[in-house]
Write a protein that binds this ligand. Sequence first.
Ligand code: OXD
Ligand code: MN
Length: 586
Amino acid sequence: MALTNNQTVLDWIDEMAAMTQPEHIVWIDGSDAQMEELRAQACATGELEKLNQEKLPGCYLHRTAANDVARVEGRTFICCRKQEDAGPTNNWMAPEEMYARLRRLYTGAMKGRTMYVIPYSMGVVGSPFAKYGIELTDSIYVVLNMAIMTRVGRDAARRLEDDFVKGLHATADNDPENRYIVHFPEDNTIMSVNSGYGGNVLLGKKCFALRIASHLGRQQGWMAEHMLILGVENPQGEVRYLAAAFPSACGKTNLAMLIPPEHYRKAGWKVWCVGDDIAWLRIGEDGRLWAMNPEYGFFGVAPGTNVKSNPNALATTRQDTIFTNVVHNLDDNTVWWEGLDKNPPEHAVDWQGRPWNGKTSSEKGAHPNSRFTAPAKNCPCISPEFENPQGVPISAIVFGGRRARTAPLVYQSRDWAHGVFVGSIMASETTAAATGAVGVVRRDPMAMLPFIGYNVGDYWQHWLDMGKTVANPPLIFNVNWFRKDKDGNFIWPGFGDNMRVLDWILRRAKGKAEGQKTVLGVSPTYDELDKTGIDYSEEQFNANMALNPSEWKAELESQTELFDKVGKKLPAELEEQRQILIKSFS
Ligand code: OXD
Ligand code: MN
């Protein structure tokens, strides 16, 4: 039975059903009974495998096709009327041409299958931030993942209005040659076909909460960003919030769930996770920037997650979690991945379903982009403000990337416009989260390169404009946990010790740390950085903070490639910032 009376919604569903021709249509009400029934069906067909319910209650395993394991940026499109509005960083095709191409792929694609109608909310239902959508899909895996990642069911359905975000996903033949992830921002529409990988098919996430939402945010005066949100509570019980943008698979989940070093904990410091991937930011009545995590769960990278790197994430995945493309340990029907522990199972199945012996095999058992989908409420450090419909006020914005050289551990930008420039020149070594070469440095402005739903030049202008509208803008910082010394070792210990850097950032935000001026802005002095319990000499600090003029000149020079591509849409302020820096390094 339909969960809404909204005629626009119902007409659209009829139209999509007429095209895809499913045998059945089922509305998702989000009830436990319905979810349980779907899990049982998926287990019966082999789409899911039920894991050891004593060790991992409510947990399941899924494997995607071997050619369908990451976001496909080359097949992701922004289809707006004018190509210029999609800009130089997006694939574009005229909407009518793309609709016609997709129509051919969707026609009859759900024959003999069930179309699930998932009403969902991005954000707490009823919150001033929240936005509502429907995803139509023929995949139970998608339904179950959406039910973890978003707020699905009746409450969301009640909020659907004519401006709801339409999403259509069909598994079709899972043909990589005909795989498309397409956004029509002018129609609030997302269409995904021939994939089953989360980032391509959980349409609430990258497609809606970043690409469509960034477009809406520009029109409506707010921002959708690829950012974690965390709260740092001091021993006096005051909590200050940061939003931080890092490219995919650069440790956002680890930072969002950070456990402070022992002496901080003993003194009463706590870190609260509000979100690990996406932040919607809007200006509050108090003139500050407020952030909300529109998601309801975590779609985290499994490899490397362990009791040391991220005990909170690991604890989060111990129940009601769907694992994708990890190792299946057949001895006790649990899961394993590289970097979980030093004891890989011998009697196991790898991410492609092949027999695998972790002690003897030279191949990886889990795919490097294997994932867990886990409810946010499982997280031991989930913020008490996670469900606050108003979100949380942001004291600092942090940009970062994975850079073996060039970028120092941390610096504060001179002001908002300079901070926007710092975000615009972000670069990182590529990871397995998207298809393509891994480890190559690529420009990834604000970690949003694959997620900006419109012209990157307009996006930067929107950032600059927001800074002028927020009466009390947060300070903007840049961090790099990944700098290496001349022997190729990481200089900074990272993980929980990143707390020491957050501590300095928040002291700056409160006007409590003097810092020292550098060409890039303000950096901590050696003394200002807490070093209790770690070996971190002044020499290491200097190596970590060093600004090598020739590396920086090359860095700023290489930025011209992207700036030139942006052409006349490039805000003059950003080129001015670049020139100022080039001069300072000359
Ligand atoms: C993600 C990504 O899955 O950025 O969060 O790829
Ligand atoms: Mn992400």
